[in-house]
Design a protein around this ligand. Sequence first.
Ligand SMILES: [Zn+2]
Length: 386
Amino acid sequence: MIPEPYGGHLVNRFGRRGKSPAAEELQTLPSIQLTQDESYDAEKIGIGAYSPLEGFSSGAEFESITSHTRLENGLPWSMPIVLAPSGHENTSAVSSVKKGDAVLLNDFTGRPLALLTVSEKYTLDKGAFAEKTYGTKDTSHPNVEEIANMGQVALAGSLELLRRLDSPFSSYELTPEESRSHFARMGWKSVAAYQARNPPHLAHEYIQRVTLERDDVDALFIQPVVGKLKHGDYKPEVIMEAYDVFVSRYYRKESVLLGSLSISMRYAGPRAVLFYAIVRRNYGCSHYIVGRDQAGVGSYYDPFAGHRIFDEFDVGVHPIRYNETFYCSICKNMVSTKVCPHPESSRVNTSQTRIRKILAEGGQIPHEIIRPEVAAILSRGNVTIE
Ligand SMILES: [Zn+2]
């Protein structure tokens, strides 16, 4: 069955205009300029993607999440959602606000996005944030570098979202309410979420098709992360263009929905996997696909730790775990280590690293690795974040 939202009900802190102050009134409030990461988080809290969170984490919640991987009420939760503004103007605004104050949060383009009712100010333990959440204090880790750039003082409080963020993918940026309505309209009782941060290649497609063949899965919700990614990753617009052409050409609308999720990638290995599964449950997914080394970066995490975290924490989403997948030149098929008996030398390397290398050298990507429609998009050049 389509699961209830996490924590029992879908948070909706958006569009309660009757309660929100008028534009002139907003101008009189102290304001904070959010970063891109914080803007995405504020929006996702507002639309219920982070249910049951209704605002940014308090000091006690931060401690509970980082130390115990749980909210204070005991529900498993792996990533603190922190607002610790940095920069001169922001920090002076933060220093003057008091508990109970309303603060206007402007998005990263400077437009009013949300109102925060401050419940607490606390000193952010950045060392604990990095070490306990990402398992390292090494600032060459992209998220740890972000933490280093955050302010010292964090604001907690409940949030009212004033509008959705502008997005080049607005037709794909569904709210959890919208995806749930779509699932209901289609009569889908069980939906598997596919998390992506790369254009689709045939190893991804194999996992998606095998999932669709399961009799406990009615449909697939492919939802690439299109918020802030890191240097070297594919650009979000390239990922979505590739998925758009791929899904419309190769999948049935009766069993596949394409969406997008604008949040910043948390390259936190297993903790990120758990977080993404919780978010997808809010979008209405009953199953969550976990491949090898999902949400990993460099060699910080065991590639299968993301599989095991579901043994430790039950978030009400059924994990579908896959081994490494690749094209085998003897099987003449996409296979995984679970089915193919042939030596490693028979495997065609389908890694993004290899695809990027072929592209950089101006070569043709083999059709065993990638669909020609997707290859054509990637071959245009200028497809990764510099
Ligand atoms: Zn084989």
